[in-house]
Design a protein around this ligand. Structure first.
Ligand SMILES: Nc1ncnc2c1ncn2[C@@H]1O[C@H](COP(=O)(O)OP(=O)(O)OP(=O)(O)O)[C@@H](O)[C@H]1O
Ligand SMILES: [Mg+2]
Length: 268
């Protein structure tokens, strides 16, 4: 993995907003998984999302990426309403993600997994890629080279031809990040990227997220249970509990918030 060149946040005017939720609500039957949640995310931020199991974190990511639609409320990307868009339309706007339950093409190689994602952005398009139709040779060469670069970036460059299913858990998570970066995103959502990683890998991941934020000019939304990682990495942290936003602030504010200590840290 590459190391962070610098750890400071990218300075942005206070007023600029890349992502905005207003009263965002999602019900599943009688359960309100996301309950009237409002927040803004600024360009270049690493924005943490924490909360107990079942708090609604993944549901919030599913709303942002168009996998599900809100019951009410609105969601804006760069000032435009996106909550009625299909997932591929949201991906085309540059919002990419990884999944808590890894979703790779198990029988395809690492390289193929990354190349398929890139086809969304090439002239040949996703349809050609999925159907296995031949794209323009020059374009295919570029896709191939970029995929290799991305695999190198996540530390899997020497394993490009191995099938995804043969990768250890932590390596699959890195491969998912490479695939998300292949969409050339401006917003990257990571759902528990450190799950299954050892302490050393977690520290490397933290440095890596800072480095790609800078290199790709990203805004990052991060769901993570490992509190030291979240506190050390995020510029601001939002805390969900039973679907409600109970705190939002910088790491120190959130850490000292009594409601957060009660809900998330179990009152210890
Ligand atoms: N498609 C669905 N249908 C019905 N209920 C759902 C659906 N998706 C999520 N839920 C419910 O919504 C609530 C929030 O789930 P969600 O997966 O967003 O929690 P989470 O904060 O990501 O939890 P974890 O930390 O365990 O991943 C849970 O009670 C879950 O069972
Ligand atoms: Mg989840």
């Amino acid at each position: 993995m590459i190391q962070a060149q610098a750890t400071d946040a990218i300075a942005q005017p206070e007023s600029s907003v890349v992502l905005e939720a207003n009263g965002l609500t999602r019900r599943f039957g009688g359960l309100v998984a996301v309950n009237h949640v409002s927040f803004t995310v600024h360009p270049g931020e690493i924005f943490g999302l924490i909360g107990p199991n079942g708090a609604g974190k993944t549901t919030l990511f599913n709303l942002v990426t168009g996998l599900i639609q809100p019951s009410s409320g609105e969601l804006l990307h760069e000032g435009e309403e996106i909550s009625r868009l299909r997932p591929f339309q949201i991906a085309a706007r540059g919002i990419a993600r990884t999944f808590q339950n890894i979703r790779l093409f198990a029988d395809l190689t690492a390289l193929e997994n990354v190349m398929i994602a890139q086809h969304i952005h090439t002239r040949s398009g996703l349809f050609t890629g999925v159907m296995g139709l031949p794209p323009a040779p020059q374009e295919e060469r570029k896709t191939y080279e970029t995929a290799h670069e991305l695999l190198n970036l996540v530390g899997l460059g020497d394993r490009a031809t191995e099938k995804a299913k043969n990768f250890a858990y932590g390596d699959q998570r890195r491969l998912e990040i490479a695939r998300a970066l292949a969409l050339n995103p401006n917003v990257l959502l990571l759902d528990e990227p450190a799950a299954g990683m050892n302490p050393n890998e977690k520290q490397q991941l933290s440095d890596f997220i800072r480095a790609i934020r800078r290199q790709f000019n990203l805004t990052v939304l991060l769901i993570e249970h490992h509190v030291p990682l979240v506190m050390g990495l995020c510029d601001r942290i939002a805390v969900l509990d039973f679907g409600q936003l109970i705190a939002l602030g910088d790491p120190a504010e959130v850490r000292d918030n009594p409601a957060v200590i009660e809900a998330y840290l179990g009152g210890e």
